[in-house]
Design a protein around this ligand. Structure first.
Ligand SMILES: *[C@@H]1O[C@H](CO)[C@@H](O)[C@H](O)[C@H]1NC(C)=O
Ligand SMILES: *[C@@H]1O[C@H](CO)[C@@H](O)[C@H](O)[C@H]1NC(C)=O
Ligand SMILES: *[C@@H]1O[C@H](CO)[C@@H](O)[C@H](O)[C@H]1NC(C)=O
Ligand SMILES: *[C@@H]1O[C@H](CO)[C@@H](O)[C@H](O)[C@H]1NC(C)=O
Ligand SMILES: *[C@@H]1O[C@H](CO)[C@@H](O)[C@H](O)[C@H]1NC(C)=O
Ligand SMILES: *[C@@H]1O[C@H](CO)[C@@H](O)[C@H](O)[C@H]1NC(C)=O
Length: 415
């Protein structure tokens, strides 16, 4: 009786195209992990024979390619098949791996939908399905009973639908990445109450609405936040300033407007701020100079106006500065002689004027500078001598200014 039930079970698990092997329940070799993995493999195309070591005659799957076991119970706790060129569906067979902690199938050609039952594997901590061809929406049920799930990466698939509301109830989450899909709608408002959140990336989707950050002021562990390339609108909420552990903030490529909120000056652990391609207005605040860890500051393609603040000279770590395509006026502040680590400096397409300060070209000052774009401004006067002192320079663009003398209007130096 039991045997025939088991046979029936195997029949429903295996697809008809597969050799059906009948296991016996009292066979010591029989192991749920082997069964689950063989069922999973049976549904796949494996053009590079990456899974040829997966042999159902084996006593244990622990030496199979991509499989790791917990040495205390010999059960599979990790399945990492990144970049194996596998295609097919992520089959239910995996639900048999009851001790699975890490499931990583990144960089394959998996298709079909995300199985909502996967996080019910009580030990599952990390799921990485990034860079496949999964479709449909991320099921609401996926996060409803999410056990000890910490890391979820569904980036670079073909997922649609909303970011599920249930995400907010999955309190163990630390890293969430839904980047580069076609997800739409608003972000669930409860996301910022996930106390363990360290990174959150929904860049490159079709998300919309005002950014609501209620709760984020308590997320001291949040280091990386990217809402890049979506359709978010409205202002940056003041709550952002409470997120004091933030290292990287990327809000570029949205429809955001208003000024840079005052509270952002509290983000002094930040290395990178990208606000480019929005409709921000107002001045670049003086306090920006207090964000001493900044290595990348990109405010390009907005409507910022006023002078470049003197305080910028305090940003000695700065490597990439992009203020291109705004409405900035005045000259470059002399303090910038102290930004000696600059690699790329783009202030093109503004209304800057005056003589170019000679320190820009002072030998040994901007020793690493690779890109200097001053084009389309109102700079005048002669080109400072010492222009050849910038040894690392790969691109220099001074076109569309009012320089006089026999100066090349536009040129680039390729090293
Ligand atoms: C996915 O499949 C396509 C066509 O079948 C193939 O050209 C491509 O190389 C595959 N990609 C990977 C990552 O295996
Ligand atoms: C992604 O989905 C769209 C619409 O559902 C479809 O037209 C497109 O072919 C899919 N792309 C891939 C790479 O699967
Ligand atoms: C999210 O995934 C994309 C694609 O794999 C990657 O480029 C990006 O760095 C990831 N984001 C975070 C915060 O790790
Ligand atoms: C500065 O930003 C503009 C667009 O916002 C971009 O086209 C340009 O390449 C960037 N400059 C540098 C040096 O990265
Ligand atoms: C550059 O930094 C030094 C040392 O911090 C400081 O004394 C000097 O005034 C700064 N130069 C300018 C032009 O701000
Ligand atoms: C220099 O800047 C001008 C005007 O901004 C632009 O048209 C040109 O393509 C740039 N040249 C190079 C080599 O980047």
């Amino acid at each position: 009786m039991f045997h025939s039930m088991m046979n029936l079970l195997f029949f429903t698990l295996f697809t008809t195209s597969v050799t059906i092997q009948v296991f016996s329940v009292d066979d010591p070799v029989f192991n749920d992990d082997i069964l689950g993995l063989i069922v999973f493999k049976a549904g796949l195309q494996d053009p590079n024979h990456k899974l040829s070591s997966w042999n159902d005659d084996d006593y244990t799957p622990c030496n199979w390619e991509g499989v790791k076991c917990d040495s205390s119970n010999n059960r599979v706790n990790s399945l990492v098949l990144d970049g194996f060129s596998l295609s097919g569906h992520i089959d239910r067979g995996l639900l048999r791996l009851q001790y699975l902690q890490i499931l990583s199938l990144s960089g394959n050609n998996f298709t079909g939908f995300i199985n909502p039952d996967l996080p019910k594997l009580g030990s599952l901590e990390a799921v990485d399905f990034s860079d496949n061809n999964l479709q449909g929406s991320v099921p609401e049920e996926f996060f409803q009973q999410c056990g000890s799930l910490k890391n979820v990466n569904f980036a670079k698939n073909n997922l649609t639908g909303n970011v599920p509301d249930s995400l907010s109830s999955c309190s163990s989450l630390t890293n969430v990445n839904f980047s580069s899909n076609q997800m739409y709608g608003k972000l669930p408002s409860g996301v910022w109450f996930l106390r363990g959140l360290q990174s959150f990336d929904v860049s490159n989707n079709l998300l919309e609405g005002e950014i609501v950050l209620e709760g984020i002021q308590n997320l001291y562990g949040l280091r990386e936040l990217s809402l890049r390339k979506n359709r978010f609108s409205g202002r940056i909420p003041e709550e952002i300033g409470g997120c004091i552990g933030l290292k990287s903030l990327d809000l570029s490529g949205n429809f955001l407007s208003g000024g840079i909120p005052q509270s952002m000056q509290r983000l002094n652990s930040c290395n990178s701020i990208s606000l480019q391609e929005n409709s921000f207005t107002g001045n670049i605040p003086d306090w920006i100079g207090e964000m001493k860890g900044l290595e990348n500051l990109d405010l390009s393609s907005n409507r910022f106006s006023g002078w470049i603040p003197k305080s910028l000279g305090k940003l000695e770590m700065l490597q990439r500065l992009n203020f291109s395509r705004n409405q900035l006026t005045g000259n470059l502040p002399d303090s910038m002689i102290n930004c000696t680590n600059l690699l790329a400096f783009d202030i093109s397409h503004n209304n800057l004027d005056g003589y170019l300060p000679s320190w820009i070209f002072t030998k040994g000052n901007y020793h690493g500078l690779e890109v200097l774009d001053l084009s389309t401004n109102g700079f005048s006067g002669g080109i400072p001598s010492g222009i050849g002192g910038l040894r690392s320079l790969k691109l220099l663009n001074m076109s569309s200014n009012s320089f006089y003398g026999s100066v090349p209007v536009r040129f680039s130096l390729m090293s």
